[in-house]
Design a protein around this ligand. Structure first.
Ligand code: AMP
Ligand code: MG
Length: 401
């Protein structure tokens, strides 16, 4: 066998931030659609969500207790009972009204005394402590004022944010359409899980990684499928995928070996190259381009932990940009539990386990060590340099969902 040096070496490697910027500049944000409350969690809002009225709408009690006018002397005769949801009559001057949490404070009352700070006997209420005006009352607009922006455009909705929209009384909100994704895996050695392996074969694992990661990032996975290692099958699979998706992600077959058909297929299909190879370790062989219809096509490397790097550092940001959210990776800061060496020109991206705010190495620094990485909860980002970062160094890390 002759070993031929690939024609495009020595490499030009694009720093990750530059690669991300190229992707973001090439993408057109997806159109918005109306999304009903029950489906809002995980979606990105397309226009600011505005409070239609003050919240609370009416001053109400923060406690179970008694509503009084603070400047009238205790004891007070008990004159009314107010429950949450009642529309109470004005307070009879000089009296107290029993009031439940959330009950509307009657006109004429300006304070609530909690149950435990009074004595009630024979329908007379006696204060056991001084009463300050405004005490235990939730004023009108204390949560939001009419016209306030409660949720900014581009915010990804947590279940809490979706419930806040519900609390505003809205039934639907304009959100970016979910990016449609087709996932292609290449490699004639791959066998679906559940099937026996012949010598040399391995069980396929990238499609679940890519699909689950991008689904969690808010995408609709149109399909995943395996592609045989031939030029024709690769070209056909990409052509179909580009027609059906906003984002096509393949794994494997992107290098420069005789079975690596991804780049030639994409060039044949007229997909414009944005970059080839990123300055990371692992994860360097990534090809990214944009098809004539605007579809983003990413050829990720086949090794699972290499694939992970492109997914988190490039494709989740791409998905965020497609939906109008800020594209920067959502990182945390945490300290290294053990020293780790840097690389002079490449960002290292190593799966680690976050325990009590410290990043523990798992021995999963090589790109095929998927089982070792199974305990990882974060992708630690080791900045370029020529030394070793000591234990305790604080680095960025991307949480692994
Ligand atoms: P490639 O980039 O096609 O040369 O693949 C690099 C390495 O990743 C090889 O060892 C492949 O067998 C492995 N690999 C490629 N695709 C997958 C996949 N979908 N699941 C698991 N391993 C894969
Ligand atoms: Mg391959």
């Amino acid at each position: 066998m002759t070993t031929q040096l690939p024609p495009d070496l020595p490499h030009r490697r694009t720093p990750v931030a530059d690669a991300r910027a190229l992707i973001v500049a090439a993408l057109t944000p997806l159109p918005t659609e109306s999304v009903a409350l029950a489906d809002l969690a995980g979606r990105v809002v397309g226009a600011p969500v505005i409070a239609p009225h003050d919240l609370p709408r009416h001053a109400n009690s923060a406690m179970d207790g008694y509503a009084v006018a603070a400047d009238t002397p205790s004891p007070w005769p008990l004159s009314a009972h107010i429950l949450a949801g009642d529309d109470p009559a004005p307070l009879v001057p000089g009296t107290a009204a029993a009031i439940a949490t959330g009950g509307v404070v009657p006109e004429g009352a300006d304070a609530v005394i909690p149950l435990e700070r009074v004595e009630e006997a024979d329908a007379v209420v006696t204060a056991l402590a001084p009463v300050a005006p405004g005490a235990h009352i939730r004023p009108v607009g204390a949560d939001a004022h009419a016209g306030d922006v409660v949720i900014a455009a581009g915010q990804r909705l947590t279940p809490l944010a979706a419930s806040a929209i519900s609390g505003l009384g809205l039934t639907a909100v304009q959100c970016a359409r979910r990016p449609r994704v087709v996932v292609l895996t290449t490699g004639d050695e791959l066998v679906p899980p559940g099937q026996p392996l012949r010598r040399g074969q391995i069980h396929e694992s990238n499609s679940i990684l890519v699909a689950a990661t991008l689904a969690a990032a808010g995408c609709e996975i149109v399909r995943t499928g395996g592609v045989p290692d031939t030029a024709e099958a690769t070209r056909r699979a990409f052509a179909d995928a580009i027609a059906d998706a906003d984002l096509v992600v393949s794994t494997g077959g992107v290098s420069v070996g005789p079975r690596d058909h991804v780049k030639p297929a994409l060039r044949d299909l007229g997909v414009d190259e944005l970059f080839w190879r990123i300055a990371t370790q692992p994860g360097q062989p990534v090809w990214c381009g944009v098809a004539a219809d605007g579809t983003l096509v990413a050829g990720l490397p086949g090794n699972p932990l290499s694939c992970l790097v492109g997914l988190h550092l490039l494709l989740i940001p791409a998905v965020r940009a497609l939906t109008g959210a800020a594209p920067e990776p959502q990182t945390i800061r945490a300290e290294l539990a053990a020293p780790i060496s840097q690389l002079p020109e490449r960002l290292r991206a190593i799966p680690m386990r976050l325990v009590d705010g410290r990043l523990e190495q798992l021995g999963a620094s090589l790109s095929h060590q998927l089982s070792r990485a199974a305990q990882a909860t974060a992708l630690a980002l080791i900045p370029t340099g020529d030394g070793e970062l000591p234990a305790g160094t604080v680095v960025d890390a991307v949480p692994l969902g």
